[in-house]
Design a protein around this ligand. Sequence first.
Ligand code: ATP
Ligand code: MG
Length: 463
Amino acid sequence: MKHPLDAGLLRAFGGAIYAAGGRVRDEEMAAIHGSGAEHKDVDYVVVGLPAEEVRARLERIGRVDLVGASFAVFKLSADEETVDISLARRERSTGAGHRDFEVESAPDVTLEEDLGRRDFRMNMLARSLESGALVDPYDGLEDIRARRIDILAERSFEEDPLRMLRAAQFAARFEFEPTPRTLAAMRAAAALVARVSPERIAEEFAKLLTRARRPSLGFELLRETGVLRYIWPELVEAYGVDQNEWHAYDVWRHSLATLDAARGDITDRLAALLHDVGKPRTKAGETFHRHELVGEELAREMLVRLRFPGEIVDDVAALVRNHMFQTGPEQTPAAVRRFLRRVGVQRIDRLFALRAADIVGSGLAKRGDHNERFAERVHAMLAEHPPLGVADLAIGGREVIALLVQARRVPAGYRGGPEVGGVLRYLLEQVTEEPDRNTPAVLTALAAAFIDSPASAAQTPTE
Ligand code: ATP
Ligand code: MG
């Protein structure tokens, strides 16, 4: 596989430049297993040249930026492409401890040294741009062939605990197995994952959740090695919590089966993984009363802790909270409209997809249920654009203010306040019950009557 910048880099560096990282691994994987999508980010390593020389040669090709505070990685932008070029690096011990080391780059650092400090053998591969030859000093190819994830040094995870999350991500994405010593090292280093920043954990979780066909493989690995306990102990509580006749699995396996059955978007997958997270704490015999409410709180805390974006947190929390929705024909149209308001129309299809995944995740044959018919009913209802929010009402704040002034409930010149919201919410309740009421004449009459009523007076703040 050629990258558009390969030719220019080869001219500038000749035999001193190599393609490295995930791209080379994925090319080899595609050749062996016929799998592996084309790799998006492209990394190169330059051997035997000082940093200033590398920079000078790169500047002849395009724009050059330093990556972060590091002095050994350059970003090259040319022809609308951006790639990373690093100088070969090695670790130098600065003390007795596992974390006492510095990364240094120097012209005498070899490619083998540079590859040897990467996370797993399958990633310790490079390809010469000049000859096209694969450099594989640590038998990475053998691991790819055997579908194996293996560390080179026992203390690999102690040096960088983030690698444990990378192991989970690769295990799920490629359906590779960690070797026994990799598992043992992970178990030994599990608690150190607490050192990894929440943002970096979330980043690896996002890759794990969206790039793997079966993300459960990664989460099971993290649970089994004890790593997950230090990130999301709430989720681990589900392990071994038995359910009832509706389920073949315990809560943990059900959550994972639901996860694998969910659509591949980050929000859908997080909602599937966390939808029953409230069950362990609400279990009473065979029931889990209000687990969706406890679960919403837990899911929110868990996602905020990892600094997931607010929109994802809100969507997942709403999906967890509402995942027990009723679908039977006894649901009145008004009840369905209230349900739509609670969930938010923009989340309805996610919620239906979650229900479908939840059923698959039960591990039992589907029983007669009303889900499809309910979804059809909801879509038919939405096609008629029923008023579901204050913005859909046939009258607005201006008209309500005029009515409040007219009724002397507020002084002349009043420009708006909590009273207005109270009236609009009342009107929304009215049209939720009966959408035909959503005309200016009917709503004006309803609002005027409400403003005159004791209920409205009780709502008006007195301060
Ligand atoms: P992806 O397909 O997710 O991009 P990748 O292996 O390319 O997989 P990158 O994060 O792009 O992952 O990393 C590029 C290179 O850097 C890889 O060769 C990898 O081995 C190495 N690397 C990344 N993170 C670490 C780490 N924490 N410790 C050691 N090596 C790492
Ligand atoms: Mg990469």
